[in-house]
Design a protein around this ligand. Structure first.
Ligand code: IMP
Length: 435
């Protein structure tokens, strides 16, 4: 029995939603373990577009158990919006809590987290320190978790505990809101009432997710770990400070669920045939300035606009230096190559194989983001392909072999369009590790 983790290898938006959707058919349990509703997985099923921000995309498959584990920051308002949407679309059965379960120990995103996220970003609007967050309250909620002032899902079920914890949490927030942002103070009573109401509705969904996963392991039921965002946005290993606030790398699957490192897990990295980034921060292979028309063409054909915020994504050629780093940091043992069709018809395709800084040539992805800002990409040109109707052949095969040789990892899945059927599965990761 093998578990599989699906990890973004770039700055998010690699197309993880589609791979998670495909792999969900092969798993019994699908777990989100980090991040929150800053993610946005766009799926096309039976020609219908569905965007999920918080609930694992596996929910669209009947008979699967979708889990929101401890490491997620959980916005109950977003959760019920998605639940209501799924109920209306007839995706969930009679008792939706049978297919979606939320960890009692996940930290809750409250309206003040979103408010502080927005105020902070607006305050920094014209400075280099602006991160370009999704305004979903992710950073402030993780700050409260780490400073031990967080509200956990279980707290929403106990009025006495919740009152005490909210009181403590908002005391400091009100000083910040009033003195730094000249914003109105948070009032305890209406917030408490709203939280308790949400808690009551949430009660049947609340579970010990860690022990569900342990039991799944005992029963030899395959688990799919659904990563959100991407490696280069990891709080420890990304382009800090232009990152998100969680461990987006593979290790996050273990810390975020509480499942031991010993469970056999294949780690599949998702990469587009090019790269995009939303928000601020270094991006060595970016072509917005050097090849603006090409950037615009890829953005348009690839529909590279944020699923959560609608922002246009910055575009660049595939960065193999960064991809090799993602292989190392995550221990990737397979790659899924997405959106190759977006580049179809180009006579020449470029890939970044090194960075130049002053007179030196570098092949390591640097973690100090200010240095990374200074590097110049070294591009190699490869011949393009006209279409992908014949599958992995000709110049497209050469492109894949070039990537594999550089990062020393095999491409095991190729996506040639948004639909489930536009996929070439070269290997099934659930079958390949014998326990
Ligand atoms: P936050 O996660 O909202 O705090 O945003 C921090 C950084 O991560 C910003 O640059 C966001 O644009 C980026 N980010 C967060 N979630 C995603 C995602 O799902 N895809 C791509 N970028 C993301």
């Amino acid at each position: 029995m093998t578990n599989v983790a699906v990890i973004g290898s770039q700055w998010g938006d690699e197309g993880k939603g589609k791979v998670v959707d495909l792999y969900s058919a092969k798993a019994d349990f699908i777990a989100r373990y980090q991040g929150g509703n800053n993610a946005g997985h766009t799926l096309v099923v039976n020609g219908k577009k569905t965007v999920l921000h918080l609930i694992p995309s596996g929910v669209l498959h009947k008979g699967k158990t979708c889990l929101i584990a401890n490491g997620v920051v959980f916005d109950p308002l977003c959760f019920f919006e998605e639940i209501d949407q799924l109920i209306a679309a007839n995706v969930l059965g009679h008792a939706p809590w049978n297919s979606v379960k939320v960890s009692e120990r996940a930290h809750v995103i409250l309206p003040y987290h979103c408010q502080i996220d927005k105020l902070r970003e607006n305050h920094l609007a014209h400075s280099d320190s602006k991160i370009g967050t999704t305004h979903r309250g992710i950073g402030p909620a993780y700050e409260d978790k780490v400073s031990r002032r967080g509200i956990q899902v279980i707290d929403l079920l106990d009025a006495k505990v919740l009152r005490r914890k909210l009181q403590l949490a908002i005391e400091e927030k009100n000083v910040l809101l009033k003195n730094l942002y000249s914003a109105p103070a948070i009032e305890l009573e209406p917030l408490l009432a709203e939280c308790l109401k949400l808690g009551e509705r949430l009660r049947p969904y609340v579970n010990n997710v860690r022990s569900i996963l342990v039991q799944a392991t005992v029963d030899k039921k395959p688990i799919l770990f659904e990563g959100a965002q991407g490696t280069l946005l990891d709080i420890d290993h990304g382009t800090y400070p232009y990152v998100t606030s969680s461990n987006t790398t593979a290790a996050g699957a273990f810390s975020g669920t509480g499942l031991g490192l010993g469970s056999p897990t294949r780690v599949i990295g998702i990469t587009k045939a090019y790269v995009t980034r939303v928000g601020s921060g270094p991006f060595p292979s970016e072509i917005e300035k050097s090849e603006p028309q090409m950037a615009e063409q890829i953005r348009k054909i690839g529909m590279e606009f944020g699923a959560t915020t609608g922002r246009p994504r910055r575009v660049g050629w595939l960065d193999l230096v960064a991809l090799k780093y993602a292989v190392e940091v995550n221990g990737l043992d397979g790659l899924a190559l997405m959106k190759a069709d977006v580049l179809s018809g180009l006579s020449e395709i470029r890939v970044c194989t090194g960075y130049k800084i002053k007179n030196a040539v570098i092949h390591d992805f640097m973690t100090a983001s200010y240095d990374l800002d200074q590097v110049k990409p070294i591009f190699e040109s490869l011949p393009g392909w006209t279409d992908l109707n014949d599958g992995v052949t000709g110049n497209f095969l050469k492109f894949i072999r070039f990537i594999e040789a550089y990062v020393k990892t095999k491409v095991i899945l190729v996506s040639t369009g948004p639909g489930r059927e536009q996929t070439l599965e070269l290997e099934n990761p659930f079958q390949n590790l014998v326990n």
